[in-house]
Design a protein around this ligand. Sequence first.
Ligand SMILES: Cc1cc2nc3c(=O)[nH]c(=O)nc-3n(C[C@H](O)[C@H](O)[C@H](O)COP(=O)(O)OP(=O)(O)OC[C@H]3O[C@@H](n4cnc5c(N)ncnc54)[C@H](O)[C@@H]3O)c2cc1C
Length: 343
Amino acid sequence: MTEPIKTDVLIIGAGPIGLFAVFELGLLDIKAQLIDILDKPGGQCAELYPEKPIYDIPGVPHITGQGLVAALMTQIKPFKPVFHLKEMVETIERIGDPLFRVKTDAGKIFECKAVVIAAGGGSFQPKRPPIPGIEAYEDKSVFYAVRQMEKFRGKKILIVGGGDSALDWTLNLVPVAAHVTLLHRRDAFRAAPDSVNKMRVLVADKKMDFVLGQVSALEGAGGQVRAAKVKREDGQTVLLACDTVLPFFGLTMKLGPVANWGIALNEDELIPVDTEKFETNVPGVFAIGDINTYPGKLKLILCGFHEAALMAQKAHRYVHPDKKLTFQYTTSSTSLQKKLGVT
Ligand SMILES: Cc1cc2nc3c(=O)[nH]c(=O)nc-3n(C[C@H](O)[C@H](O)[C@H](O)COP(=O)(O)OP(=O)(O)OC[C@H]3O[C@@H](n4cnc5c(N)ncnc54)[C@H](O)[C@@H]3O)c2cc1C
């Protein structure tokens, strides 16, 4: 069996609330590691509205989604949090009192005294393009994410989409693949202009192809795609030979495996918690941020921050049962300031 990674608290979800939980736990000498499906911290702020200003963070008149994530990352730096990105938590098992074993889809196993579910609206999952029968090819020759570039060495790849993922992977895979074709329905992109310019240079240098159109069907057998039927912008239908298709149609939020963790959910698939400790029906498992519910709940970042502070007080009792917890201010406590590295 893989050697378990041991930590005091495991935080599932590195959105703004999971990040701030590191801070509140850290002040109480509780070490935390975070797991997130995404390839970067920040949850909705980083994924859905990185450049939009937020106006209701207390004391901060305005800050962009990405700006808030960057500020939180700076704030938690003294506590040296360990991130496990591009991994989805699949199971949580209670193996002691209190001790939990948590497993991810990458095969990692964690052991911790408390679990904090900060999974927001659930897991971001790739949107499936409307191509009939695409399911038969998924994870065999159609992939919605690139986990290891090496897997695509020597492949004849069709990348579909016009956002940052489509363009970034086009640029990254051209040197690795036998051939790359980028397919997009129009000659305008949501991706960064610099990536689009680089793609156009590669096309001009005949290092890849760019086709305007949409996939209407896939041809192949046994899960192995051989060609994509493409309806071009000029109305003609052509067959594009390929052995790998990478559609990047954005992300949608689904509850995902949270539903199978043995934790009570309400009819809206939210986790009911008490407002004293933000603990779930399983002692030692907490839920904070958008994923939880209680009377009067507001899905606001500032509310999640408050929940993280109260959760940490109770988590302390599981992690350090023999230590007395004294309430302290960061302004006046030299011990807290030492932890923050400011004295
Ligand atoms: C367009 C938009 C504008 C908004 N504007 C504001 C605003 O102005 N002010 C405000 O206060 N709020 C705003 N919000 C709401 C705010 O973004 C959310 O309240 C906040 O992001 C919740 O944070 P969270 O950490 O609970 O969850 P999220 O930000 O959703 O993060 C949860 C993280 O958990 C990860 N995750 C889920 N399941 C798993 C799993 N099984 N394994 C591993 N990782 C998992 C996800 O990948 C995600 O990164 C806005 C939201 C949107 C969409």
